[in-house]
Design a protein around this ligand. Structure first.
Ligand code: MMA
Ligand code: CA
Length: 167
C-alpha cells in the first residue's frame, strides 16, 4: 500500500512538472506550446499592444517571455526565423514604471540583454516596451507600448520558481 502511494506521488510529480535527466530539464507542455529547458512557450499570432499581450499570457497562467541567456535567445530566434509571416514580437520587458529601468513582467531580475546596438533609445521619449526586431536578426528594440505586435508567452515549471504548474 505504501509502495503504491509512493508510486502515485512520483508519477503525479513527473506528469505535472516534468523531470531532469543528464542535466537537462524536461517539461510537459500544454498542446500548441513548445518545450525548452523547463519552460513552455506559446507563439501568439494575434497583434495586440504590450499590455494586452501580457494579459493574454496571464490568462494562460504565464507571462510574456523572459529571456535569461544566450541559449534561450538562440532557441527563440530559431523559432522566430521559422514563423510566417515575418513579424515583430513582444517580450516581457519594459521601463514603463521608471524611465531607463527595464523590468521583466515576471518580476525576476534583469541579468541578460540582447539589444540591437544603439537601443534602447526611447526614441521621441515614447518607447517603453521591448520587442524582437526581425529587421535586426531579432535583436531587441524599445518601441511605443501601444504598437500592435505578435507575442510570446513563457510558462515556467515549478522548479524554476514561477509558482505555476506546467502540464
Ligand atoms: C528606428 C530607431 C528605433 C526606434 C524606431 C521607431 C527604425 O528604427 O530609432 O530605436 O524604436 O525607429 O520606429
Ligand atoms: Ca528604440
Amino acid at each position: 500500500m505504501a509502495k503504491t502511494s509512493l508510486t502515485i506521488v512520483v508519477l503525479f510529480t513527473i506528469i505535472s512538472t516534468g523531470f531532469t535527466y543528464a542535466d537537462k530539464v524536461f517539461t510537459f507542455c500544454p498542446d500548441n506550446w513548445l518545450s525548452y529547458e523547463g519552460s513552455c512557450y506559446y507563439f501568439h499570432h494575434t497583434k495586440t499592444s504590450f499590455v494586452e499581450a501580457e494579459h493574454s499570457c496571464q490568462n494562460l497562467e504565464s507571462n510574456l517571455v523572459h529571456v535569461n541567456n544566450v541559449q534561450e535567445r538562440d532557441f527563440l530566434r530559431d523559432h522566430l526565423n521559422h514563423q510566417l509571416p515575418v513579424a515583430y514580437w513582444w517580450m516581457g520587458l519594459s521601463d514603463d514604471d521608471i524611465e531607463g529601468q527595464f523590468r521583466w513582467t515576471d518580476n525576476q531580475p534583469l541579468t541578460f540583454t540582447d539589444w540591437f546596438p544603439g537601443e534602447p533609445n526611447n526614441a521621441n521619449g515614447v518607447e517603453d516596451c521591448a520587442m524582437f526586431d526581425h529587421n535586426h536578426n531579432f535583436k531587441w528594440n524599445d518601441v511605443a507600448c501601444n504598437q500592435q505586435y505578435f507575442s510570446i508567452c513563457e510558462l515556467k515549471s515549478e522548479s524554476q520558481g514561477a509558482g505555476s504548474l506546467v502540464g
